[in-house]
Design a binder for this molecule. Sequence first.
Ligand code: 2AL
Length: 175
Amino acid sequence: MEMRAVNSMSYEQFVDVFGNVIEKCPLIAAAVWTDHPFSNLSALEKSIGDFIDSLPRSGKEGILRCHPDLAGRDLLRGTLSPESQGEQNRAGLTSLTPGQRSQLSELNVSYKSRFNFPFVICVRMNDRETIIQQLSSRIRNIPEQELHISIQEVKKICHLRLLDISSQVAQATKL
Ligand code: 2AL
């Protein structure tokens, strides 16, 4: 990415542009702005990752709780964030069979009651079948392990969202 464009953003512009790279957590973009200027996109991604890693368990769980359920009511109503809506559409979560829909919904409820946060997975790196497989398998993890895996998934989602923004910024600045 042309980092001059990013590094010259005001704090408000930066939060507008990067505020949802971690779903519904603009606080994270607001916090890492302190680390600018960034030498490249990876440096920005590392600041975000380091900030997340520095949080106590409650903070990490809070990030997970900001994620919408997969194939939940908001997807059907179209009330997800644009990023999440696009990701869930592309993974085929709007065209589940009735059997898959009820399986996913039941598993989501059991998962949430076991871990007290929703199931999070980078859907762009999966499809309907692997999402259901992963949910069925991860529900058996111990909470420590599952928190760790879930945060890794948040970072994968962030990575892909940063790449999207990077190409948008490149287009906008015609580079
Ligand atoms: C999401 C989401 O909104 N995008 C994605 O890749 N995963 N949500 C979730 N609960 O896993």
